[in-house]
Design a protein around this ligand. Structure first.
Ligand SMILES: *[C@@H]1O[C@H](CO)[C@@H](O)[C@H](O)[C@H]1NC(C)=O
Ligand SMILES: *[C@@H]1O[C@H](CO)[C@@H](O)[C@H](O)[C@H]1NC(C)=O
Ligand SMILES: *[C@@H]1O[C@H](CO)[C@@H](O)[C@H](O)[C@H]1NC(C)=O
Ligand SMILES: *[C@@H]1O[C@H](CO)[C@@H](O)[C@H](O)[C@H]1NC(C)=O
Length: 311
């Protein structure tokens, strides 16, 4: 049944996927349109070369999410590889209309200079949960390899809340307790956006309409934090990178309680804001949260043919 439904959706979507389809007012700009804005067609994929032979390239891989899943850690670890060039900032090209309307040329301009053999990667965690993004990414490059890092959905909700709480505290602004978001009329408030972001199956379905599962590698964010090396090796294999990152690139910092990175003698721990303590949550509420995600998680496991060690 699910396969039938997916097939029907694909049929419906097919016309808008054909690049030669006439542009309907208010519809997505066609690939040609986006490329025209980028300047020279086709070869817009590679920017002008600098004197030293490096150039900007559109990403061959994107870390699409999830927010608070460990995307920064993943990007930093991947950057240990000499054949990877990472965009420093979150670009928000495919999810922000203001950026997307500037075209691929603008996107290219956000990318780091890299050697021809290097892979360019950008990360914008909001891509995963933005319904318009999968089609847009597909339009740029249907063969792109996508990285998705996920962690326990309940933990992710708490972490999501904590991030916004700290942002408010920094600006000396008040922010309601997590209970005020999670509970409405004595029940779990399913309208809380952070809950929806953890409904991984719903978002994953959007991506699978445009990309086969083999193009999306899921990194286990909980494992990446506990034991980064095996997870990062899987990423190397998925991206067909030569195995270069090794166990001595990671060392455990007992004070912090998690791993730091060692890169040609240069030590680097993630920013203080990573790995922040979560708020104390009433155990009853916590089990309600676990219960809420039980079915969605099962659906997600079926969708990706793999299980995760989540509550
Ligand atoms: C090459 O030139 C670009 C653009 O000027 C610069 O950003 C990049 O750091 C340079 N790369 C190397 C390896 O010197
Ligand atoms: C969650 O978000 C997705 C994608 O934006 C949307 O399709 C879905 O209706 C939302 N679900 C709930 C329960 O709010
Ligand atoms: C691990 O990588 C570093 C640099 O990336 C290298 O100097 C070192 O020899 C490697 N160690 C092993 C055991 O391969
Ligand atoms: C370990 O973490 C602590 C606390 O953040 C930090 O002050 C220290 O420099 C770190 N040590 C190493 C060797 O990274």
């Amino acid at each position: 049944m699910a396969a039938l439904l997916l097939g029907a959706v694909l049929l419906v979507l097919q016309p808008s996927l054909a690049p030669s389809h006439p542009v309907v007012p208010g519809a997505e700009p066609s690939q040609q349109e986006v490329l025209r804005k980028a300047g020279p067609p086709q070869e817009a994929l590679r920017g002008a070369a600098a004197a030293n032979g490096s150039a900007q390239q559109l990403p061959q891989t994107i870390i699409i999410g999830v927010r608070k899943g460990g995307t920064r850690a993943l990007l930093e670890m991947l950057s240990l590889h000499p054949d990877v060039a990472a965009a420093e900032n979150e670009v928000h090209f495919f999810d922000w209309e203001e950026h997307y309307s500037r075209g691929l040329g603008w996107y290219l301009g956000q990318m780091p200079f890299s050697a021809p053999h290097q892979l360019t990667v950008e990360k914008t965690p909001a891509y995963f949960t933005s319904p318009k993004v999968p089609e847009r990414v597909h339009r740029m490059d249907p063969a792109i390899r996508l990285l998705l890092i996920l962690r326990d959905p309940s933990e992710r909700v708490l972490s999501d809340y904590t991030q916004v709480l700290y942002n408010h505290m920094q600006k000396h602004k008040p922010y309601p307790s997590i209970e005020e978001f999670l509970v409405r009329d004595g029940r779990l408030n399913v309208d809380y956006k952070a809950l929806n972001r953890s409904l991984y199956h719903a978002h994953m379905q959007n991506w699978l309409r445009f990309f086969p599962l083999r193009r999306i590698h899921i990194v286990d964010g909980d494992r990446l934090i506990r034991d980064p090396f095996p997870e990062i090796q899987k990423v190397e294999r998925f991206l067909r990178l030569a195995p270069q990152i090794n166990a001595s690139n990671f060392y455990f910092n007992k004070t912090k309680g998690f791993y730091c990175l060692r890169d040609s003698g240069r030590d680097r721990c993630l920013h203080e804001s990573k790995g922040r303590a979560h708020p104390q949550v009433d155990p009853k509420l916590l089990s309600k949260l676990h219960e809420y995600f039980h079915e969605p998680n099962k659906k997600f496991f079926e969708l990706v043919g793999r299980t995760f060690d989540w509550h």
